[in-house]
Write a protein that binds this ligand. Sequence first.
Ligand code: TYD
Length: 202
Amino acid sequence: MFVSFEGCEGVGKSTQLRLLKEYLDKTGQRAVYIREPGSTEISEQIRRVILDPKNTAMRDMTEALLYAASRAQLVREVIKPALARGELVVCDRYVDSSVAYQGYGREMGAELIKQINAPAIDGCMPDMTVFIDLNPENSWRGYRTSDRLEQESNEFFDKVYNGFINEIEASNGRIVAIKPDFDKNITSQKIISAMRDRGIIR
Ligand code: TYD
């Protein structure tokens, strides 16, 4: 099984991934944990190019293709082999992030981004996508780090959020929106029970 996690910046996605791993470890369920862009040597090199704040000249198309390139490597080097071994794969961001950030945020269009990514993912779509549903306006982003994408305007992040919301409807139930609770443990329980209901984990 293949599960991806999505959400805007500062919605507690990394905390939730950590709590999921704690639950799976405690219950003796193994998984392969990866993040995008990255998680192979080549994909991490591509990540540095994409997120480097010095790369202000980067064009939208270059950015979209670099995310797809990083993904193409990860699919072939890690995801497909792990799925073939029957392992659970948990990925922090995947193609829905490209659709939301590049398709809607950069206004390149969801369809174009899906077309660019089709050969990269080569049919490898998540069985379930957990979308942590928090509008950037209400996010618990008390801080802002400084990679190239995090320097975008609030307007950009609103477009990204609305993009995710549009894609939920288009996903035929694959993307499951979870509204985070103020208590991170309650949010984690919501995520775990949604994953159990779908037979992804025990
Ligand atoms: P990261 O520090 O991993 O962000 P986060 O902790 O919020 O997941 O940086 C990844 C950034 O890249 C993040 O701003 C989202 C963006 N992104 C895209 O724009 N398109 C993509 O396809 C992916 C995977 C990420």
